[in-house]
Design a protein around this ligand. Sequence first.
Ligand SMILES: Nc1ncnc2c1ncn2[C@@H]1O[C@H](COP(=O)(O)OP(=O)(O)O)[C@@H](O)[C@H]1O
Ligand SMILES: [Mg+2]
Length: 398
Amino acid sequence: MSVSVDPTSVDPSQHHSTPVGGDGSEGAPTSPSAPARETGEELRPHAEDAFAAELAALAAQDDRPRPARWRMSPWAVATYLLGGTLPDGTVITPKYVGPRRIVEVAVTTLATDRALLLLGVPGTAKTWVSEHLAAAVSGDSTLLVQGTAGTPEEAIRYGWNYAQLLAHGPSRDALVPSPVMRAMAEGMTARVEELTRIPADVQDSLITILSEKTLPIPELGSEVQAVRGFNLIATANDRDRGVNDLSSALRRRFNTVVLPLPESADAEVEIVSRRVDQIGRSLDLPTAPDGIDEIRRVVTVFRELRDGLTADGRTKLKSPSGTLSTAEAISVVTNGLALAAHFGDGVLRASDVAAGIQGAVIRDPAADRVIWQEYLEAVVRERDGWKDFYRACREVGA
Ligand SMILES: Nc1ncnc2c1ncn2[C@@H]1O[C@H](COP(=O)(O)OP(=O)(O)O)[C@@H](O)[C@H]1O
Ligand SMILES: [Mg+2]
């Protein structure tokens, strides 16, 4: 068990795969003494590992000015997120599909003394963008605090190793730094997920950190001062508004960037197919070459129900209670591909996505079921080329 003795001398190699006070049920993060580095067998590698080659190429070919302790310039970070081709021909895959300006503002914010708040409805890639920003700026996306209703102040500030504390009293040895404290000490990017789910008084422990750039340790009569390069990315859900709204004092410390829903069906289809392809490869699912039509159908259904209007603008619809986010479309298609691969002929068909779509739409068994049935009868049934989908949905039994 190695508890960091002094947060100013934390071994950077310990960042990887150190569980960081994630579930809020424990007072503070604990770090395994021998961090297991990536083996290529991780179910979900961190962004900095999954895209290590792209990040290295960007850093190597980047001759623009870098803010203190940044791995690359803001311009290169934006390229990492939005994709592009480097002078030597290296292709950087787009991670985020959306307005360039949004990414530029987000990246620039991280180079200022304001923290970044990514706001949006569920499934708009807030977590995804936050992870990739931290990976590109600091080379480490794991300094993460997961916000929940039970997140204690220790998860944001620091906790104690009680065995040490009882044996030797309060000392730097007994102190367990939070991911935020470690980011401050080393000039890195810290992440706080779902900030507005955290109780208001716990949220407010960020005020001193973000305004004074210091984290007092009254028990030791000392403090940890943030060094250059430190900043923080928080994400928050639009739908959680009013749950634990940010105090105005805290909100002033953030630049807010709202991540929109994909602006067009084409953009959303691109996001879904790109991501499904990546996930499919990591799960060893055979690629489905003709899957694009089915992806387009899932996206169309989701968008029409979300917007309360058919794509041709002719028929008004009722919107179900679920969010029908891009993220859910991705999982419906991924599940469909797995069905097609394991129980079908490998081609993604209507029957592989019907149950998944229905599950995403019908969240409230009473009201949503009626909305879904109306949509099936009034829209799906009448639409050219959608007979197979109508039949498949009927078969799952709406
Ligand atoms: N505009 C987008 N560009 C790229 N990927 C997106 C976009 N919108 C959603 N996604 C995908 O949706 C998935 C879920 O996003 P996530 O970050 O978990 O959403 P949030 O945190 O906003 O609820 C990610 O896998 C991401 O790839
Ligand atoms: Mg999220």
